[in-house]
Each structure stands twice: as C-alpha cells, then as structure tokens.
Ligand binder design. Structure first.
Ligand SMILES: Nc1ncnc2c1ncn2[C@@H]1O[C@H](COP(=O)(O)OP(=O)(O)OP(=O)(O)O)[C@@H](O)[C@H]1O
Length: 470
C-alpha cells in the first residue's frame, strides 16, 4: 500500500492517500470501512476538537494477523495518541475486527529522513527512532505579532546552542494559541543546530502514566535515567498533574536535576504559574525562576497574517478573496486552531463542490461555527447603520414615504435584517412601521436582484454588512 499522505484535520475519513486502497480488493475495502467506523466512534467519544487535533492525522496502513497498523505524521502525534488513545483505539478495533489484539503506531516518514531530529516519542510506538521533521511546526511557519512575540523570542533563545539565560521556559496561554507549535519549533531548530541533541517531548499526563507504571514495576530508576539523560525536555500541559502528589514529587526532582545539570527545560500550561491551583509551591517557584511568557489571543492584524501564511502554504489551487480572509479574521477571534480549521474547511469544501470561494459561500460553509461566535445583531442596529449610511433620519425608514431615496434604503435595511438576524418576515415588517410580511419578502427579492445588476447597491450591502460586523 502506498505510504499515506498526512491527512489534514478536515480530510474525509478514507481520504489519506488511499490510491492503493481504492484498487485493493473487497477485504481491504472492509478494513477501510472498519477504520472509518473506528474513526467515527473516536470522534463521537473525544469531540471534534481533540479528534481533529490528534486522531484525524492518523492513517491506516493495514492489518497483520491480530495486529492493526496505523501511522502518525510525527513523533508528537504518536506520543500524544499513544498516551491518550491507545486503549480506545484497541477497543474500537476489537469491536470492528474481533481478532484484533493490538494496534501499533508507526511514525510515517513523509520526507527527508536524513534531517529527522531524534525527538524521542515516548509512546509505545515500535518505530519512532527516526521520526520525520514535522514540517508544519517550525519557527518559520510561526507568525509573530504583539500577542506572542515574547513567547516566540524566548523559544528561539532556548533553541540556540550554548547556555541559555533562563531555565525553565514556561509558556502559558489558552487552547489553540501555538504553545505546542513553539515547542516543536524549538525541537526542530535545536536539532538543526545540534544534530546529536537528545530531545524529549512529553505531555504531563504521559509523565504521570509512565511514572506510575515505573512505580508499580518497582523500576523508577530507568524512568529517572531516561528523562534526565536529555538535552532538552519539554513537558506539555503541566496543569494536568494538579493534585497528583506523588507525580509532583517526581516532577520536582526531574526539574531540579535538569536545571542543575544545565539542560534545557520547557513547560507549558493553560494558565500562569500563580493561577495553577493544586501544584506544589516549590514547583511553582521553580517555574517562576525561569522565564514565564504568555501567549495571548491574536489581534486582528495577526489573525490576518496567519490566514495569509496558511493560505500561501496550501497545495489546493483555490483562490480565496481578500474579503473572505478579512471576514474570517473578524469573526474567529479566540483561537488560532479554529481560525486555521475554518480556512481549511472553506477551501476543502470549495474544492469538493468545485465552487468559487465567496463571502456567501463562506458564511454557508461555516454556518455552525459562525453561529457559535455570533454576537446578537438587532434590527435596531441595522436600521441605525442604514439610516446613517444613506444620511436619512431613522424615522424615514419607518415612514410611509415611497420616494426612491427613502424606499431603497428601507429595502436594504429589510434585506439585511432578514439575512443577518434570525427574525421572521412578519416580525421584520412590524419593526418597519407595521408593514406586511409580503412587503419584506418583496424587499429581499428586489435587493437580491439589484445586487446582481447594480454594483453600487451591492457595494452598499457589502459595506453595511462589514460595518455591522456581521
Ligand atoms: N502564531 C501562529 N502562527 C502560525 N500558526 C499558529 C500560530 N499560533 C497557532 N498556530 C497554529 O494553530 C494550531 C494550534 O496550535 P497549538 O496546537 O500549538 O496550540 P496549543 O496552544 O498547544 O493548544 P492546546 O493547549 O489546545 O494544546 C496549530 O496548527 C498551529 O500551527
């Protein structure tokens, strides 16, 4: 079977490089359907967010006897999946294919093996000795703005060879703002500069799981040695060990050993050390000794720059006009992962249905996402903005006057009220001086026609929509 391409987050279930699979026989078809069902069950169980981040990139390689073979695009993903989903994967495969005893996870070399960093994947993946470079997560592909420049510069410094002026680096910020990206960028850059550097990335949860397993097996020495023999240790999501006393004990000693040996330590969390509850004071103060850098939500300019960069890196041949990029940057504000996902979805869908990407198309494609972000736009606001735009009095819009200079803006306002609010036609009619719903219907139809034939009206509608931030 052909080596699977890395599946993007939005890729349909059986999409990932399945040229070989399409040609294969019925048995292979059955396995691919089983894989699709496993994926569906995992998505339902873990939620879209986690599924898209970690499970969607997995590719199905095949089955050998009682073993199902999967591939992850990077050691990062393999580690995370190994730590969080190994049991769920085995369970769902056993349901779909009762003879299954184990599921193995290989890091699939997508490109140049020669430059692969030895980022130690701590998943029980059999073939992670030589993982590929994770192309996406580098300093070059990280777009810098005011909200993340401290974190970015600090991360760059950690990746420099020689002594670092601070240790550890503690990165914090809410979900999807680039903490993992920066960690991976450090790993990649350090490897470039110092190919023999030993680099370990681990989620705090994985740290706990491995530590407890070592405790049970009465073999904590090997665990300690493995972690302390690295040049760079990166621990993700440290908030996870809150309240876990014995794990914190071990974590504290690991931190101390790494720092006093002059090795690099990078820690991330979803909040600052002073807001981390349930973490021992001595760990918090150790963390605060180093550099604490926050990543804040990206501002509009940074969101625009990120979208342009993501677009430039896409392989699909789809044109995304500037007004769509601006619309996405205005609408999706809290989380870069979601912003990127929205762009991916629009581009993927346009390619699938062979349609040009327009604002209208984008709104439709992202309707569910946009609803979640919607601020409640009122008919009052629309009327105010339209009156202002056409230099009319608000009362003119409500009046019975039929002169074109009043009637047309009124129709535009009704049209916008229908398109941008969930209000019904009768309700909109009532709010425009007690008009009938058929009047509103006519207005909507008329403006739709005019938008196609009259550039000035169309530009008015676009401008007003933007002013209304809708
Ligand atoms: N400044 C940026 N430039 C380019 N891409 C970014 C930037 N910030 C975030 N991203 C992208 O957003 C996505 C989410 O980032 P990442 O996984 O690093 O977030 P995180 O902060 O680690 O989130 P979580 O806490 O949920 O793990 C990634 O695809 C990443 O490449």
């Amino acid at each position: 079977m052909a080596a699977p391409a890395r599946a993007a987050g939005w890729a349909p279930a059986l999409r990932a490089g399945d040229a070989g699979a399409r040609d294969a026989g019925a048995q292979q078809d059955g396995l691919l359907h089983a894989w699709a069902r496993v994926r569906a069950a995992l998505r339902a169980e873990s939620g879209d967010h986690h599924f898209d981040a970690w499970l969607a990139p997995l590719a199905f390689l095949g089955c050998d006897g009682d073993t199902v073979r999967l591939a992850a695009p990077s050691a990062f993903v393999a580690d995370w999946v190994g730590g969080h989903y190994a049991e769920a994967l085995r369970h769902h495969w056993t349901v779909q294919r009762p003879g299954t005893r184990q599921v193995t996870l290989t890091v699939q070399a997508a490109a140049a093996h020669a430059t692969a960093p030895t980022i130690a994947a701590t998943a029980s993946a059999p073939d992670t000795a030589s993982p590929p470079v994770e192309n996406r997560y580098t300093f070059d592909s990280f777009i810098v703005g005011k909200s993340n420049e401290l974190a970015y510069n600090a991360a760059l410094a950690v990746a420099e060879p020689g002594p670092v002026g601070f240790n550890p680096l503690f990165l914090h910020g809410t979900t999807g703002l680039g903490k993992t990206h920066l960690m991976h960028a450090i790993g990649n850059a350090l490897h470039q500069r110092q190919p023999d550097a030993r680099i370990t990335y681990m989620s705090a949860e994985r740290f706990m799981v491995e530590f407890l397993a070592a405790l049970r097996a009465k073999d904590t020495i090997a665990f300690k040695q493995k972690l302390r023999a690295v040049d760079l240790l990166m621990i993700d999501d440290v908030q996870f060990i809150a309240g876990k006393e014995s794990t914190q004990e071990e974590f504290f000693h690991t931190m101390n050993e790494i720092i006093s040996a002059g090795k690099r330590l990078v820690i991330t969390a979803d909040r600052s050390p002073q807001n981390l509850e349930g973490i021992q004071e001595r760990i918090l103060s150790r963390m605060a000794w180093g550099l604490v850098a926050d990543i804040n939500p990206a501002d509009y300019e940074l969101r625009l720059n990120i979208l342009h960069a993501k677009l430039a890196g896409m392989t699909q041949n789809v044109t995304v006009p500037a007004d769509v990029i601006e619309f996405l940057a205005r609408k999706i504000t809290a989380n870069v992962r979601e912003l990127e996902g929205a762009l991916n979805r629009v581009v993927a869908y346009a390619g699938l249905v062979n349609a040009p990407v327009t604002l209208e198309f984008t709104r439709e494609t992202l309707a569910d996402l946009l609803r979640a972000h919607e601020k409640k736009l009122t008919i009052d606001e629309i009327q105010r903005k339209v009156a202002e735009h056409y230099h009319l009095k608000l009362s003119d819009l409500m009046s019975a006057r039929r002169a074109r200079e009043v009637a047309r803006p009124r129709q535009v306002a009704m049209y916008l009220a229908k398109k941008l609010t969930p209000r019904s036609l009768p309700e909109i009619g009532r709010r425009f001086g007690g008009r009938d719903h058929t009047t509103v219907m006519h207005a909507v139809k008329r403006i739709e026609e005019l938008r196609a034939s009259d550039r000035e009206i169309d530009a008015d509608v676009v401008r007003l929509t933007r002013l209304l931030d809708a």
